[in-house]
Ligand binder design. Structure first.
Ligand code: SAH
Length: 214
């Protein structure tokens, strides 16, 4: 994500607590209470400017969506977007995926999306990849036992790494696509990066994974 420094972003985000949680202390209720219903909870990690979740929230009004993004200067665009579209089933967290267990209770998440996150191609940066085993441990705790991870990327290296990391962890993999846009998968909602990369003719890779057999 290209970062333009926006000095006003922090304050803008702080001024919209109905859409953005900025610290664990700010979230003093369960997500069911925050959304005021019992609907399933789907979370995107590294949500960027929020386009995917904004579209998902319209498509699936009976699902609650939460996006986790660490950079204010990116997330602020998502906040501006939801101030226009006014979804009742979408909120953001301005925080780091490393702190996910401070934002979600054990087993609270029904589905976790990892879309086009940074590939960190150098071996010495492996631990930063959001499918590194330490992240899988966090997801395992936050996900419901029957929950799923859905991942998309344009980066073949990150995709192959993730397949390996997840299978070494003992996860079950299914619905793997090496060319999503030329597959028979019909339910696709494009992310911002997906639009950008597929316009350039790049292939999109996708997988679904779970910690237990579903
Ligand atoms: N999912 C979006 C954005 C992809 S760019 C899309 O598909 O269009 C990846 C985003 O992940 C960036 O905005 C980056 O800031 C965020 N990110 C990377 N590591 C993160 C972390 N540890 N915690 C929270 N966000 C992270």
């Amino acid at each position: 994500m290209r970062l333009r420094h926006k000095p006003w972003a922090k304050e803008y985000i702080a001024n919209h607590p109905q859409y953005v949680i900025s610290s664990p202390a700010q979230k003093n209720k369960s997500w069911k209470e925050m959304f005021n219903n019992d609907n399933p909870l789907y979370v995107e990690v590294g949500t960027g400017k929020g386009k995917f979740l904004d579209n998902m929230s319209v498509k699936s009004p009976h699902i609650n969506f939460v996006g986790v993004e660490k950079f204010e200067s990116v997330l602020v665009t998502g906040v501006q977007r939801v101030l226009e579209t006014k979804p009742t089933n979408l909120k953001f967290i301005n925080g780091d995926v490393n702190d996910i267990l401070e934002y979600f209770n054990s087993g609270e998440i029904d589905r976790l999306y990892i879309n086009f996150t940074d590939p960190w191609p150098k071996k010495r940066h492996e631990k930063r990849r959001l499918t590194y085993k330490s992240f899988l441990t966090l997801y395992e705790q936050a996900l419901h036992p029957h929950g799923e991870i859905h991942m998309k990327t344009d980066n073949q290296g990150l995709f192959e790494y993730s397949l390996e990391s997840m299978s070494q962890y003992g996860m079950k993999l299914k619905n793997i696509s090496l060319d999503l846009h030329n597959s028979d998968y019909e339910d696709n909602v494009m992310t911002e990066y997906e639009e950008k990369f597929s316009e350039k003719g790049q292939r999109i890779f996708r997988l679904e994974a779970s910690f237990r057999e579903i």
